[in-house]
Design a protein around this ligand. Structure first.
Ligand code: C5P
Length: 215
């Protein structure tokens, strides 16, 4: 089977950056599964389908016209890389992600990313549901304060005005919703290694994952 490194963890933990760098270091494919939930939320918003309309959103998820390249994420040909990172879409993504039919519709699309020579996937359920046979499973986290700070710096670097307090509040609410939901709740799997990056640099985290993967 094509090897998979599964990196799961909470919002703003840095798992996306770490996963993308591990994939680049190995020359493997990369799956940003959160982007699929974000694209689904955006597509629903644009189609006028409510985020809690399970059948309606699942139908959209099954037929999403998406294209991931090195530099862009496209929905029906339009680059929506920035649009899907907006706060309203973050909320929408975590709402549609709570619907079992939506998760089901995205399952096979995610598995299609598993191609030789290997895949690094990041999300909430990479190691538990999507790739239960992953070769390396990591639960990557950091304290909520450090995650809010990282998100804050990211926004400031992009020239977007931000405040720590609302970011902290939002992360706490999203953690709560992602860990309390009935399907694929956010938690560390028994067979996943814990990588607490609170006091680590990105490069240290990348090196740890590479060491665990035996590469
Ligand atoms: O990782 P990211 O913050 O982009 O994910 C957006 C939302 O999508 C999360 O809040 C979570 O609810 C959902 N998600 C999920 N399962 C995944 C990836 C993301 O439920 N594998």
């Amino acid at each position: 089977a094509v090897p998979v490194i599964a990196i799961d963890g909470p919002s703003a933990s840095g798992k996306g950056t770490v996963a993308a760098r591990v994939a680049a270091a190995l020359g493997w494919h990369y799956l940003d599964s959160g982007a699929l939930y974000r694209l689904t939320a955006l597509a629903a918003q644009r189609a006028g389908v409510a985020w809690d309309d399970e059948a309606g959103v699942a139908a959209l998820a099954a037929t999403l016209d998406v294209d991931f390249t090195e530099t862009a994420i496209r929905l029906a040909g339009e680059d929506v890389g920035d649009a899907i990172r907006q706060e309203t879409i973050s909320v929408g993504a975590s709402r549609v992600a709570a619907l079992p039919a939506v998760r089901d519709a995205l399952l096979f699309r995610q598995r299609a990313f598993r191609r030789a020579p290997g895949l690094v996937g990041d999300g909430r359920d990479m190691g538990s549901v999507v790739f239960p046979d992953a070769t390396t499973k990591v639960f990557l986290t950091a304290s909520v304060e450090v995650r809010a700070e990282r998100r804050y710096k990211q926004l400031i670097e992009k020239g977007i005005a931000a405040n720590i307090q609302p970011l902290l509040q939002d992360l706490r609410e999203r953690d709560e919703r992602d860990s309390q939901r009935a399907v694929a709740p956010l938690r560390q799997n028994e067979d996943a290694r814990l990588l607490d990056t609170t006091e680590m640099t990105i490069q240290q985290a990348v090196n740890q994952v590479l060491t665990w993967s035996g590469k």
